[in-house]
Structures are given as C-alpha cells and as structure tokens.
Design a protein. Structure first.
Length: 150
C-alpha cells in the first residue's frame, strides 16, 4: 500500500484512539484531540492517570477503550512509540499514525513486521479536513516540493 493510500484509509476512520494528549493541555496531542473532535471524529484519548482531558473522558490503556477504534494516533516521544504500537497490536488495532516526531525506526519496523498499516513522518492535521489555514498552507508547500505522500 502506498503512503497516500494509508493516509486516506486512516483518515476515513471516524473513531480514533489518541495516545499523547496531556493534562496540561499544552502538548501537540491536545491540538490533535481538539481538531479531530471538532471535525466530527470520535476521539478516544488514552492517558494513564488523567480522568479527563479537554472535556473528554480518558481511558487508562488501549485495552480499556469502550469501542474498537479504526486506528491510533501516536503523539509521544520516539522512545515510547514502540510500546504504544505493541499495545495497539495486542488489542487488534491495525492502523497506526506516528505523528511527526513520534516515529522511531523500531516502532515503524514493528508495525511493518506485524502487518499493521503505519503512517509516519506526516502531520495528521495537514490531512484532517477541513484543514486550518496554516495546515492547508503547509500541505500546499509540501505539494510544490513533492513531499506529499503518493
């Protein structure tokens, strides 16, 4: 599957788990939570200790989710990404989006070696429609530079 096809398939999922939003509300994961929720996605944030983030109930682990998500958005440091994708695989989640800065060679290799569809090196907010002006501009520049997935 091409990266473009993986991006399109991931974005077609309307229920997504999110690992990486913070209680403080100051992490990129919080922007993902707010943006995707505002665009009609059902976002299920996973956090080990916070009972809620930005008005959304959280779940302690991927195994605690009330519904099977179509995929998981991973917005954690690369050193933590492998554990998250291993947990995703253990719970039957086959689509993974490793947000820019969250990917690690080990996490990507694990996904690929376990038949998981993985998007990495891309910003999910560039592809979530309707994209904000800054993300539309970013997508336009990447298109001009030939960096968009194909």
């Amino acid at each position: 599957m091409t990266m473009k096809a993986a991006v399109d398939d991931f974005m077609a999922q309307r229920t997504l788990a999110l690992v990486g939003a913070s209680e403080s509300g100051k992490k990129f994961g919080n922007a993902v939570l707010k943006t995707l929720s505002a665009q009609g996605y059902r976002v299920l944030p996973v956090h080990r200790s916070a009972p809620e983030i930005d008005g959304h109930a959280t779940y302690r682990s991927l195994g605690d989710l009330p519904a099977s998500p179509g995929g998981v958005v991973v917005v954690v440091p690369p050193a933590e990404a492998l554990q998250v994708v291993q947990d995703a695989a253990a719970h039957g989640i086959t689509r993974v989006w490793l947000q820019q800065g969250a990917g690690s060679p080990d996490a990507i290799a694990f996904c690929e070696g376990h038949g998981m569809q993985v998007v990495h090196g891309e910003c999910i907010l560039m592809f979530a429609e309707p994209a904000a002006f800054a993300h539309r501009a970013h997508r336009f520049v990447w298109k001009l530079l030939g960096k968009l997935p194909h």
